[in-house]
Write a protein that binds this ligand. Structure first.
Ligand code: M6R
Length: 602
């Protein structure tokens, strides 16, 4: 995990640029942070704790760090606890080089043993520190920073986005293997980062580095070379994201802002893909997709809940489909028919577990499709096909708008994969058209903020739903526990009586999602009566078509819609429930403890 950032150029304030970049990368990890600048001298400042601790340490200095080249890091600990010593950048013993790293050096122990046997003293518990000592030793041999870096990287096994600066050089060197790294090409400076928002206020012109490529950034310009050192004609592309999109725009938290961005995100997802007049769904990215007899969806966390929804959707279309946790699939891939499509659902496109599952599937000859938010992310580039959900940048660690957009993108996929006899139902097209406006209605009218006041500090919180609402129940519980730190579980409503009902008491609110009047709704109402009989407070999330409100203590209303779009609306209410409880409890909503946005370790 972790975020790395860097810049080179006389046209920018290097220290400020690094700090701004780290602020927008803090979602990737926030237990320590540090920066280094280089030119004639090398300076390093790093601190345990969130970025504020580093900012305070820099403010205590007489002058900003000096030099035209700089690197920065925000950490999510893997090797060694959060501490000043374990914070990046890491230096060699002579304090001549500084290295930042996102990923894991798998052979670090043998490298550390080798270096210690040669008399090197380590200052941290991290895997990264071997890189700085190796780099320092190669520089001692009299080579250039670029050559020393290349020789160092040749010794490493594992996943890494790495960057280094050295005393006496106005240069940043960087490379990647299985961890994201993107260059930003500005007029007066060149940047790099784990993610585009880190330099978006400076430039929208980017170069996505490939695994094994090396970048050299200097005030005079930048070059990319391949593993053999040959120059690469790297393509510069323009990202569509706007710097405004990465700020809080007046909201207290990114999460709340992103919840409120859902109408826009959904419009973007549907734009140009749903032709209401023709009653058709057309997704250009999927034009080249063959027909498949079955589908496996692999994903983690919130994206896994979207995958579960997608599997139900495909099954309802008559397509055999199953969702698997990517981390399980990676080590025990589900049996696959010859004509199976493996779909990786991943907001970031960088989740290590999901990438590993997709690589496993591809290695076994499967066709792969990435359903992702990030253009040119690793998943998008490695898969045979990519379907973009177009939600825009999501900064809050808790996934919100991207879940809604994933559900709708999976509808587009299911429609595309249906049999040739299938025609997109008119009512589905109308429901998709109406959905952004209906989400806006939920946002405008939600009573979640007042309802939750009655339910603070309970022993546990349960979420139940059936069919399309089962993933919503799981997602409601994940969001709740993730940002409130309270115990929350989601269940298929029918499973309650097979065990979880033993936990249900007057102190455990149950959030039940019930829409429509079909069999699933009626059976869920039966389950609501069961918990009501155990004195549990019930909050019904409903479109009011059934009589579930009779058995509920509170109702959170959503507009009537299609069975496939109702989960999006119900989930918005549950996002607001989680948000307002966490807010009342004073939790760190955008950066919940122990978590990070982009989980780039297995
Ligand atoms: O980027 P991805 O969608 O692959 O991330 C997968 C999970 O880590 C992610 O969905 C996580 O569960 C959410 N941030 C939780 O809100």
């Amino acid at each position: 995990m972790c975020g790395i950032v860097g810049c080179v150029g006389h046209g920018v304030d290097v220290q400020e640029t690094l700090l701004d970049g780290l602020a927008s990368l803090e979602y990737r990890g926030y237990d320590s942070a540090g920066i280094a600048t280089a030119g004639e001298t090398l300076s390093v400042v790093k601190r345990a704790g969130e970025l504020d601790a580093l900012v305070a340490a820099l403010e205590d200095r007489d002058a900003p760090l000096d030099g035209p080249a700089g690197v920065g890091h925000t950490r999510w600990s893997t090797h060694g606890p959060p501490s000043d010593a374990n914070a990046h950048p890491h230096t060699d013993e002579a304090g001549r080089v500084a290295v930042v790293h996102n990923g894991i050096i798998e052979n670090y122990q043998s490298l550390r043993d080798e270096l210690e046997a040669a008399g090197v003293t380590f200052a941290s518990d991290t895997d990264t520190e071997v890189v700085s000592h190796l780099l320092g030793r190669h520089l001692d041999e009299g080579t250039t920073l670029e050559a020393a870096f290349r020789e160092t990287v040749a010794r490493l096994e594992g996943s890494y986005a790495l960057a280094a600066v050295a005393r006496g050089a106005d240069t940043v060197v960087a490379t990647r293997s299985d961890s994201p790294l993107v260059l930003g090409v500005g007029e007066d400076a060149t940047f790099f980062a784990s993610d585009v928002p880190a330099f978006l206020e400076h430039t929208r012109e980017v170069v996505y580095l490939e695994d094994g490529q090396f970048a050299t950034l200097q005030p005079a310009g930048w070059t990319v070379t391949d593993a053999d050192g040959s120059p690469v004609d790297a393509e510069v592309t323009t990202v569509a994201w706007d710097p405004e999109q990465t700020g809080k725009s007046g909201y207290d938290h990114f999460m709340l802002k992103e919840i409120h961005e859902q109408p826009t995100a959904l419009r973007q997802c549907l734009s140009g893909r749903v032709d209401e007049l023709a009653g058709e769904i057309t997704v250009a990215e999927l034009d080249a997709l063959d027909s498949f007899g079955s589908v496996q969806l692999v994903a983690c966390g919130t994206s896994y809940h979207a995958a579960l929804y997608g599997a139900t959707l495909l099954q309802q279309q008559g397509i055999p489909a199953q969702a698997a946790l990517a981390n399980e699939y990676a080590t025990a891939p589900a049996p696959r028919r010859a004509d199976t499509l493996v779909v990786g659902v991943t907001q970031s496109g960088e989740t290590a577990d999901t990438l590993r599952a997709l690589r496993e599937a591809r290695g076994r000859g499967a066709t792969t499709l990435a359903v992702t938010n990030v253009v040119d992310s690793t998943a998008a580039r490695e898969c045979d096909h990519a379907l973009y959900i177009r939600a825009g940048p999501e900064i809050g660690v808790a996934a919100t708008k991207t879940f809604s957009s994933q559900l709708i993108a999976l509808n587009l996929l299911a429609d595309r994969m249906a049999t040739s006899a299938y025609r997109t139902p008119r009512d589905l097209v109308a429901a998709l058209r109406d959905l952004p406006g209906q989400v806006q209605t939920v946002l405008d009218d939600s009573r979640a903020a007042s309802v939750v006041d009655e339910y603070l500090d309970r022993t546990a919180y349960f979420f139940v739903g059936r069919t399309y609402h089962h993933p919503v129940a799981l997602e409601g519980a994940l969001k709740f526990k993730e940002i409130t730190y309270e115990h929350a579980e989601g269940f298929a409503a029918g499973e309650l009586k097979h065990g979880p009902l033993a936990l249900v008491t007057a102190d455990t609110p149950v959030f039940a999602v019930v829409t429509g009047t079909d069999e699933a709704a009626q059976k869920t109402i039966g389950n609501v009566k069961e918990v009501e009989a155990r004195d549990a407070p019930v909050v019904a999330v409903t479109d009011g078509q059934s009589d579930v409100a009779r058995y509920a203590d509170h109702v959170l209303t959503i507009p009537e819609s299609h069975p496939r779009t109702a989960p999006v609306l119900a989930n918005v209410q549950l996002q607001l429930v989680a948000y307002h409880v966490a807010d009342r409890m004073g939790r760190s909503i955008d950066k919940p403890r122990n978590l990070a946005k982009s989980v780039t370790v297995e």
